[in-house]
Structures are given as structure tokens and as C-alpha cells.
Design a protein around this ligand. Sequence first.
Ligand code: IMP
Length: 188
Amino acid sequence: MSVLYSASVIRTRVRELGEAIARDYAGREPILIGLLKGGVMFLADLFRAVQGHLRIDFMSISPYGPEGTGVVRIMKDLDLDIMGQDVIVVEDIVDTGLTLSYLLSVLQARQPASVEVCALLDKSVRRIAPLEIRYRGFDCPDQFVVGYGLDYGQRYRNLPFILSIPNPAALADDPGLLLPYLDRVGRT
Ligand code: IMP
């Protein structure tokens, strides 16, 4: 396994995304929607990087219905009413895009003024559902990644960097497999 995006590379890119959002939404007050749990670390850094007015809210979703449809059940809905509001959905990673495109259709039905997507990682080669990502951190290679909010079996979310795992099946056998490596490279 190897460090795909270091903490400082992520920090720089998140700052750039925050500046772009501040520029594009000058004079407006968008609502950033974070998706629990993976998007939390990204959202926390991103919204501090936006010099301007904004609000945040959270949704928690889980897969529901036949596999490959992207249909999700909303476990925690938004507190804010987004009708007539500018919305930016903040995602950790977009893979096939099925989950996000389903979620976008749910949000569109609430008649916001606009909806855009900000994703830290875009595994564009895996895309099935066409999707426009207005703000993209990195075009991610087709590898399984953990860290900076992304998990394997709920582990590794608190790493400040993103690791690529060439053989995720090995983690299924031994979920603590990465720990000796992390002790060696350090966590910062
Ligand atoms: P999609 O519907 O295929 O786009 O699924 C996106 C979701 O799959 C993300 O929100 C993640 O929860 C999960 N996911 C996809 N790729 C990875 C990965 O490499 N590491 C960890 N989670 C991933």
C-alpha cells in the first residue's frame, strides 16, 4: 500500500476548492450538505476554507433496494429546507456515481435554486451514472482507498492522508493489517 495523497497535498487542494466556491458564490449563501460519515472530514476542512457566508447540514444514507440501482434509504434527513436555496453536495468519493445521482434526484425534487457537487475524489474511470462534478479534488485512480474520512469496515477514517490499498480482500481477512505500516510511516 502507499500514500496516494499526503496531508499537505490534500490541505492545498481543499484550500483551492474553498477559494473557488467563495468566488463562485460571492454574495450568496449556499448550503453545504455533508454525507455521513465519509464526507465529514472533508466538509469540516472545506467549509473553513470558504471565505464567505454559508450554512451546513448533514444527511445520512444507506444503500437500499437492488444492487446497482443507487437507491438509498435516508437515515437522517436535512434539518434545513432547501427550496429556493443554492446547494452544494459534499462527497468524499464518487465511484460509479449511482448513489449520488439518486440522491441528486431526491434533492432536485425539493426545488432548490441550484445543486452542485463537490467531491474530493473522482474515480471517473468507474462511472456508470453520468454526473457533473463542479468541484473535484483529485481524479482518483481505480484503486481502493482509505483515510481522510474513507473507511474499510469503519476503520481508518481518522488518517489525515489517503492510502491506496492494492488488495482490499486482504483487509477482509485481517482488518488490522495496515496498523504496522501506519506505525512505521506515522500518522501525520
Ligand atoms: P458509488 O455509488 O459507486 O459512487 O459509491 C460511492 C460510495 O462508495 C462512496 O461514498 C464510498 O462510501 C464508497 N466507496 C467507493 N470507493 C471507495 C474507496 O475506494 N474507499 C472507500 N469507500 C469507497
